[in-house]
Design a protein around this ligand. Sequence first.
Ligand code: ADP
Length: 726
Amino acid sequence: MRSIAKILFPVNVPEPFDYVVPQGMRVARGDFVFAPIGKQMKLGVVWELGTAESESIPGRKLKEIAERKNCRGLNVGMLKFVDWTAKYNCASLGMVLRMVLRSYKALDPSPIVTLYQPSTTVRLAGLSPARKRVLDLEGVWPARAADIAKLASVSASVVKTMAGVSGLLEQITAPLDPPFDVPNPDYDERKFALTPKQIAAGKVLSDLVAEQSFNIALLDGVTGSGKTEVYLEAAAQALRQGGQVLILVPEIALTQAGLRRFTERFDAEPAQWHSAMGEAARRRTWREVAQGRAKLVVGARSALYLPYADLQLIVVDEEHDNSYKQDEGVIYNARDMSVVKAKLSGASIVLASATPSLESLTNARTGRYVHVILPERPGSAVMPEIELVDLKEDPLPSGKFLSQPLVDGVKAALDQGDQAMLYLNRRGYAPLIICRACGGKLKSPDTDSWLVEHRRTGRAMCHHTGFSMPMPRACPECKVEDSLHAVGPGVERVAEEAAILFPDARIEVLSSDTAGNPERIRARMEAMAAGDIDIMVGTQMVVKGHNFPHLTFVGVVDGDLGLAGGDLRAGERTYQTLVQVAGRAGRAEKPGRALIQTHMPEHEALEALADGDREGFIAAELAMRELLGLPPYGKLAAVIISAPDANKADEFARKFLAKAPRAEGIEIMGPSEAPIAILRGRHRRRLLIKAEPSVNLSAYMNSWKSRLRPPNKTKLQIDIDPQGFM
Ligand code: ADP
């Protein structure tokens, strides 16, 4: 009997395909193989092995596997994790595999190349300027001739002759992708000692890791309490055991300053993984992780899908952060999938946050997670004082966005030689452009959203699609010139106001467009940390896990912004964001202060913030969720149907609804127009499915989805546990 292998390809397919294993070829689950698909030869993974029973299906002729790739395959745990991710999120199995196979070159060993480094021979005086430039390079050795040539602005032949007769450089052969330094768990160059509470918390976590089995802990500590220092103790334990450690952070937190903390603790720079990495860096990290040689990985959410050889600890830092949710392609929440990954790997997981999600908090309080609490900042650092500015009492000057108390707050900080931050989660200059002549608003051409004015670039932009055009002089509707008028503030406008108020201050705007690429954002964060900026005006980008020791005042320009819209998590999100923003202040010796401008001082999230009443807020939020059967007391899924034609979208939405399997404990709402009813020219409809906790909602949704395929050009997406309601 011939043996059959099911091969999964990293493309949009729901399941693996059957192939015959040719005589004499041995394959195991997880092996990489080349097999024909259509006219192409494609790389896939052996998902399952079987015998030829299924081959007897009449008319079915199976093709043969062409070649087994000579490299280490994926381990069975990884296959299970891919399977789990696809099932749980109702996603295509092949597309989940594609998240794993991010670098094909990483499957081969690193190429061996010739590298050069300065030799130890005595340097002769009278070097030519070119040669001198080469020898003056620092921190690059050993390196390839081409790289040295580029850095020193010399030709590659200069480098080569320096290695020849003159003997100024020596040649070595080494892998192109060098291994990562091995972290030393017992090295510790931190300039302070942990407090007794931090030590105790660190011990609880390390003891869990020492059990070498699946354990979950919630590290719940106020902003600046030293959560990073504490979870590094758990990481040290996993490293001592020879295991691998993954630390997930929101992408933007991957700064040099952030990485330096790992280096100070373990004397080795961690392997990184994030979207801004080039192909070479990706290949190196992937390969080293797969071989089990990279022991410490710090990365953004997709680092969860690297092929770990022996993962013993996952840390999800800022676990409440919504950047863990991937909203496109395979829709998944890396925080939730981390728990699954830890379980399948028999590893420990630490979820860390100053503002844990209500889901995690509930799990901790009901004893499902070990709850580790850090109630205070170390040493003399105290929590910032948070106050509300009621805009009814302190109205904004006409056409301005900073009230007197905010201005006074900034001034007081600057007068002391400290830094201030103004927070507004709105990119650009103004969120709305209105024509004074006809009253029309500038609208995105193929999307239901208003264009945002960006004065720095002189453009009008759609923040949902990236569409942009030069700011017109005349209204596109009524053609009246100079009639367009900016309404409301964005960060650029707040910075403009601050510059008038504080002409001598060094002011910087930080948002995804002002700073451009991640490297430049990081550079600005570092300038802020170093005290080279007086007032930083920023969007949510400034919130995530940064330490700015000289920052003592935070002004929130619009505390109500997140509360608009019907999002069930609006209160929770606002509360979390504002605690985090305020938490940037006063992290070192000097006390910090935060002021929040609001029209709704009586809103429970804002009231709780001002009163420092986290418990009160959580209790009220949970009571509301329980009443409505929302997470964590129930489960949610969303269905998004879209089509280029509104009628087609409606029609399919109706048909899909009619196919809903009957089941207890399920309530279906919709279809209705999505809040953004047209996106990139596609008409969008939504269904919301609410389930009782006992229901396996993923299984239900998978079975529903399998009953009806969307017609050509119509798209059906399922979002398990939706976080936003766009
Ligand atoms: P969190 O992650 O809880 O916000 P961090 O771990 O970033 O807190 O720590 C906040 C700041 O306090 C960091 O600069 C950190 O180095 C410092 N820190 C933490 N623990 C101590 C300590 N015991 N003594 C002095 N400084 C500390």
